[in-house]
Design a protein around this ligand. Structure first.
Ligand SMILES: *[C@@H]1O[C@H](CO)[C@@H](O)[C@H](O)[C@H]1NC(C)=O
Ligand SMILES: *[C@@H]1O[C@H](CO)[C@@H](O)[C@H](O)[C@H]1NC(C)=O
Ligand SMILES: *[C@@H]1O[C@H](CO)[C@@H](O)[C@H](O)[C@H]1NC(C)=O
Length: 195
């Protein structure tokens, strides 16, 4: 019996390698839900949903992307949470592995706001590549590094602008960087350092 089941398993695994997943595809720059069209992925891709929340003061800019991507373990099912004195950025990536599994709406998990003992210099400015520190801030949850960014970027629905910011972020964020983002775009990166 066991031999029989094993051979069925092997057989279906062989068939499965020839198949491609079908996933929902959409990009919406003014909110955190969208529905689009269903389309086939490439053979090594799975379904993904990415939600970005780029907030400056009271100006909350949400965006959502759904599509096919190769699984990236660095940002799989995790939230990157960057915070500075004025600018806060959450980036949640959720992968799933069944046809159209990214169709339904997902919510960004609650962020752990417990102070973790790490402190970082903080500042945020637009229109310049340099920002003047406004002191230090206390990092929370998984924020184990201090980030220092300078470049030309755009939050969803806004024009490209010079930006500079420093604050707290999850370890590994600089390795993921802007290429993973869909709603927020970086045109020119002068500095992206996580220490
Ligand atoms: C977006 O981020 C801001 C700042 O952290 C937060 O106050 C707001 O609740 C977030 N909105 C959503 C829909 O996640
Ligand atoms: C991500 O979440 C989905 C759905 O909960 C799960 O099937 C998948 O195994 C998770 N991936 C990782 C790497 O945790
Ligand atoms: C929240 O973050 C704190 C500080 O890093 C940590 O000690 C705690 O275990 C975290 N809680 C959860 C539920 O992950």
């Amino acid at each position: 019996m066991r031999v029989f089941l094993t051979s069925i398993y092997t057989f279906s695994a062989l068939i499965a390698t020839g198949f491609c997943l079908t996933c929902d595809h959409c990009l919406y720059l003014h909110g955190d839900s969208c529905s689009g069209f269903s389309d086939k992925c490439k053979e090594d891709e799975i379904c993904v949903t990415k939600i970005e929340n780029a907030t400056v003061g009271n100006d909350v800019r949400l965006s959502v992307f759904k599509g096919c991507e190769r699984y990236d373990p660095r940002d799989g099912n995790t939230t990157i949470y960057y915070s500075s004195d004025k600018y806060i950025f959450h980036f949640y990536t959720k992968y799933c592995n069944e046809d159209n599994c990214n169709r339904r709406r997902i919510r960004v998990p609650v962020i752990n706001m417990t102070k973790n003992g790490v402190e970082c210099p903080t500042c945020y400015v637009t229109g310049s590549f340099e920002c003047t520190e406004t002191g230090t801030m206390k990092c929370v949850g998984e924020q184990e590094q201090c980030l220092d960014f300078s470049g030309i970027m755009r939050r969803p629905g806004l024009p490209f602008e010079k930006h500079a910011t420093r604050g707290c972020v999850n370890a590994g964020t600089c390795e993921i960087g802007f290429p993973a983002l869909k709603g927020n775009t970086c045109l020119q990166q002068n500095r992206l350092i996580c220490l």
